[in-house]
Design a protein around this ligand. Structure first.
Ligand code: GSH
Length: 346
């Protein structure tokens, strides 16, 4: 009896430790980040659209915007940020062992990753799917014509696994040529080292945009997988999970409510829409559970913009955008027929 009780206690203590996160540190991620004075946010090797470097060595892009939005929510300053560029191969280990606070980098939410790597995916910020690119002069028009082809692919990705499934199901005998470094993969493809390159379709748009002659390459029509991309955090800190999740939702909700970087001051001061007022902290106390100040969502929109503004700037037709059409896609707001939907701010 006694032993059972002790065992139960020991088991619950262990469960608590696990629930408390890595090393069962008493300090929350929010406290650690605040004490450090900046957020450590992980992206990948430079890829236009998602995460790229400008002439001054500053990171920008849609996934970088999520990093900036979380920094703005915590510090009221989007620049309180250290961007870490990590390869696809080691990204999850780097997050799980505490090197970064947040991973925001074209990572697909899968069951295994969500349940076996010590991570939690927060909220989908881009709905993607895997495709193929070939040099136009090959004359290939469909992925089903890739019989016996060599295909350049990044290792440690869902891309690599889907490619194997696709080849098997369609009896294509594709030979994967695997890379850890996306630049080496791209150079090999350009030099003719493989017949095709496969990745998420948005990533292909990104890779293509950086090629010297983008029009020499064709994105094939097939989409062979679902790739819901979402920022991820270490498992075991519910408040931190909520902060990142609701940061993404604030971006989406602001777009739905018509709150933009340009009108957010006016909206906070004058809007009579209760949803807008609650989100921007003009009334209510929605910030309390997050452990953030009342103006957390205001700071996000003021400094980074809403989801649609970020999309246009980096993924869409903006000057730095990689021209992925949004209308009619899953990345459109639910009110316009897409899947972008944030739970209510109340
Ligand atoms: N969504 C897939 C693929 C992710 C992926 O390969 N992303 C590329 C985009 S080009 C990337 O991160 N490349 C940069 C790098 O590996 O450092 C996954 O989560 O496994």
């Amino acid at each position: 009896m006694k032993f059972t009780r002790l065992l139960t206690l020991a088991v619950s203590a262990f469960a608590l430790m696990v629930a408390g996160g890595v090393g069962a540190s008493a300090e929350s991620t929010l406290d650690i980040v605040k004490k450090r004075g900046h957020l450590r946010c992980q992206v990948g090797a430079p890829a236009p659209g998602f995460y790229n470097l400008d002439a001054n060595g500053e990171w920008y892009g849609s996934d970088v915007s999520i990093c900036q939005a979380v920094a703005a929510a915590i510090f009221g300053d989007k620049s309180k940020l250290e961007i870490q560029s990590v390869s696809s191969q080691v990204r999850f280990t780097a997050l799980a062992n505490g090197e970064s606070d947040l991973l925001s980098r074209t990572a697909t939410w899968t069951l295994l990753r969500d349940t076996q790597l010590g991570l939690d995916f927060t909220a989908i910020n881009f709905y993607d799917g895997q495709g193929f690119m070939v040099p136009k002069d090959t004359g290939i028009k469909s992925a089903l014509e890739l019989k016996g082809a060599t295909v350049c692919v990044l290792t440690g990705t869902t891309t690599e696994l889907n490619l194997a499934d696709f080849s098997r199901v369609n009896n294509l005998d594709i030979s994967p040529v695997t890379f850890e470094d996306s630049n080496v993969r791209n150079d090999t493809y350009l030099a003719g080292g493989c017949d095709a390159l496969t990745n998420d379709k948005s990533s292909i748009a990104s890779i293509k945009a950086a090629f010297p002659n983008p029009d020499d390459h064709l994105l094939l029509p097939e989409t062979i997988s679902k790739e819901p991309l979402a920022p991820a955090v270490r498992q075991g800190d519910g408040q931190w999970f909520d902060i990142v999740k609701w940061t993404v939702y604030a971006l989406i909700n602001a777009e739905e409510l018509g709150v933009t970087q340009a009108n957010v001051d006016d909206m906070r001061a004058n809007s009579t829409n209760a949803s807008v007022r609650r989100m921007l902290g003009a009334e209510g106390n929605l910030n309390e559970g997050l452990g953030l100040s009342k103006d957390w969502a205001y700071n996000i929109i003021k400094q980074v913009g809403n989801y649609g503004e970020i999309y246009e700037r980096y993924m869409g037709g903006g000057e730095l955008g990689i021209k992925i059409g949004r209308a009619g896609s899953a990345n459109e707001l639910w009110t316009r027929g897409g899947l972008m939907y944030a739970p209510p701010f109340r």
